[in-house]
Design a binder for this molecule. Structure first.
Ligand SMILES: [Zn+2]
Length: 537
């Protein structure tokens, strides 16, 4: 009887379906088809992919059934625009003012109408690819598995039988394409979760958005240009226009990535004229964004979140009277005791030839100034790095002010000379690269110079213009899922750290939650009325 009452209440309380959004995937051409190497690279892996088809079919039907009911409970969703400014240090606003006597007016206006945190603590290593995966999953690198801009994966080595493909390397598009890294269970990027809930994303220059999350369902953004499509001659303003156009056309959310500031920081240092010029250019894009949102009447319906992936410290030359320490690891190690040294700059992994040699290598390197050395089991838990099989057997982490130089070609990996040339990196051998970089990232994220920014404005954020306490990069994901109204996957964020930024932190974070809450309220209501009825008799 009670159950019947609840069911009747549930059915009659559902309003007519409204705001049915058309999926716009067909409206936009898919990304460039000229570069499809990863398809071939991955085909063998796909054949071996164990997929429980029936189980997933049923799961999909269940979810659709749930959504059909749940859609009807939702008010119209606000849109979301995320702008990721690579290498934007937390104190660039002050550095700019010190150098020029002026403010970055576009950013200043944005911040005065929204919220800003004191800084954003990156993850370890505080560098691009690991941080991007954290932004879109809310997970630490040890959980999402992209443990560096460069790392070695023994499984991919076995699968591909290639020492070239076994080394993930940001500067070489072919080596970051293996779907094993992007289709891990429980490491679902926000655009894939959104796609499951009929919420569409457009992504501009964003990581490996071109590789679908689920190999069978092919969950992808509605529009995607990956990181390797970056053209350094094009400004952020161009992508702001493209993103606003997509939002106007019905897409629910967009991510724009911009590399130009990091590149200027790496090439000329974080205190350079070139960085100052790039900041001015990004600031102009902020003014342009505000104008575009006003012209399209979307200002009140679009949440804008601006984050950086990490900060930047000086590399080869210090702007102060400080001597930079340079450490070449192979100079301190006995030949033949190790196979490879993976990575340079702020950190590197050493791969001993055998397990017995591990201790001796750690002991030797511990005597070197300017670096911290850990056997895998001794890597501090707070780096959230050691619990992954791709974190190295020995981690060497430089202190700021120290650079790890490239060791000889026979032991230094990844090997740079076999690259596709598609990356915008560096055609020169790695031995030259890290030794001439004027700005570096990838150090311990707790170092001040590694801190990034978090700014947000829009209908779901407070408009106090205040500076809130620092948050962590792992906290960003839950903010994005909340304002977009998609259910978050399990993540490392802490809700209490971000709730003060939001107008309504208690709003239903997802459609699923919305339905549960409705059912609970109806149950309670019917119980009360049932009880009152009995009492009256
Ligand atoms: Zn970066």
């Amino acid at each position: 009887m009670l159950l019947q009452l609840v069911l009747i209440l549930l059915v009659t309380s559902v309003p007519a379906r409204k705001n049915h959004r058309k999926h716009i995937q067909e409206s936009f051409p898919s990304q460039s088809t000229e570069y499809r190497d990863y398809e071939a690279l991955n085909s063998e892996y796909a054949q071996n992919y164990e997929y429980e088809y029936d189980h997933h079919q049923q799961d999909q039907q269940d979810r659709q059934h749930l959504l059909q009911h749940d859609n009807q409970q939702l008010p119209q969703r606000n849109k979301l625009l995320v702008i990721v400014l690579d290498g934007f240090r937390w104190d660039y606003f002050n550095i700019y003012k010190d150098r020029t006597g002026k403010d970055l007016e576009g950013f200043k206006r944005f911040m005065s109408a929204g919220v800003r945190t004191k800084y954003l603590e990156s993850v370890f290593p505080a560098e691009s690819f690991p941080a991007w995966q954290t932004i879109q999953t809310g997970l630490y690198p040890e959980s999402h598995g992209i443990v560096g801009n460069q790392f070695y994966d023994s499984e991919v080595h076995k699968m591909t039988d290639s020492t070239y493909l076994a080394f993930f390397n940001i500067d070489d598009e072919r080596t970051t394409a293996h779907m094993k890294w992007w289709q891990k269970d429980e490491v679902e990027p926000i655009w894939a979760t959104a796609a499951k809930h009929d919420v569409t994303f457009a992504t501009f220059l964003w990581g490996r958005c071109d590789i679908p999350y689920d190999n069978v369902k092919r969950l992808s953004p509605a529009y995607c240009e990956n990181y390797y499509s970056t053209d350094l001659t094009k400004t952020l303003t161009i992508n702001v226009d493209k993103a606003v156009q997509q939002l106007q056309s019905g897409v629910d959310a967009a991510i724009i990535y911009d590399l130009t500031l990091e590149k200027a920081g790496e090439d000329f240092g974080p205190f350079s004229d070139q960085v100052e010029g790039k900041l001015r250019q990004l600031d102009a894009a902020m003014v342009h964004l505000e104008d575009r949102l006003n012209q399209t009447y979307m200002n009140e319906h679009v949440n804008v979140v601006i984050v950086s992936d990490h900060g930047m410290t000086y590399g080869h030359h210090s702007p102060y009277e400080v001597e930079i320490k340079k450490v070449k690891l192979s100079n301190h190690l006995q030949k033949g005791t190790y196979r490879w040294i993976v990575g340079t700059g702020s950190h590197a992994g050493v791969y001993p030839k055998s397990r017995e040699q591990r201790k001796g290598i750690v002991e030797r390197l511990k005597e070197v100034d300017g670096i911290r050395v850990y056997g895998k089991h001794d890597i501090p838990e707070e780096l959230h790095y050691k619990h992954n099989k791709n974190s190295p057997p020995i981690l060497v982490l430089a202190e700021p002010g120290t650079i790890i130089l490239s060791s000889g070609r026979d032991v230094q990996r990844p090997s740079y000379n076999r690259g596709s040339g598609k990356g915008h990196g560096y055609s020169s051998p790695q031995s030259l690269v890290e030794q001439t970089k004027m700005g570096l990232s990838g150090y311990d994220p707790r170092e001040e110079d590694m801190r990034g920014i978090f700014l947000a404005k829009g209908p779901d954020f407070k408009a106090t213009g205040e500076v809130y306490p620092a948050i962590k990069l792992v906290d960003v994901y839950q903010v994005l899922t909340h304002v977009l109204g998609v259910p978050p996957q399990a993540n490392n964020g802490t809700w209490d750290d971000v709730r003060d930024l939001l107008v309504d932190p208690n709003a239903a974070p997802s459609r699923t939650f919305g339905l549960c809450k409705t059912v609970i309220i109806l149950l309670l209501a019917s119980l009360i009325s049932h009880h009152q009825h009995n009492y009256a008799i």
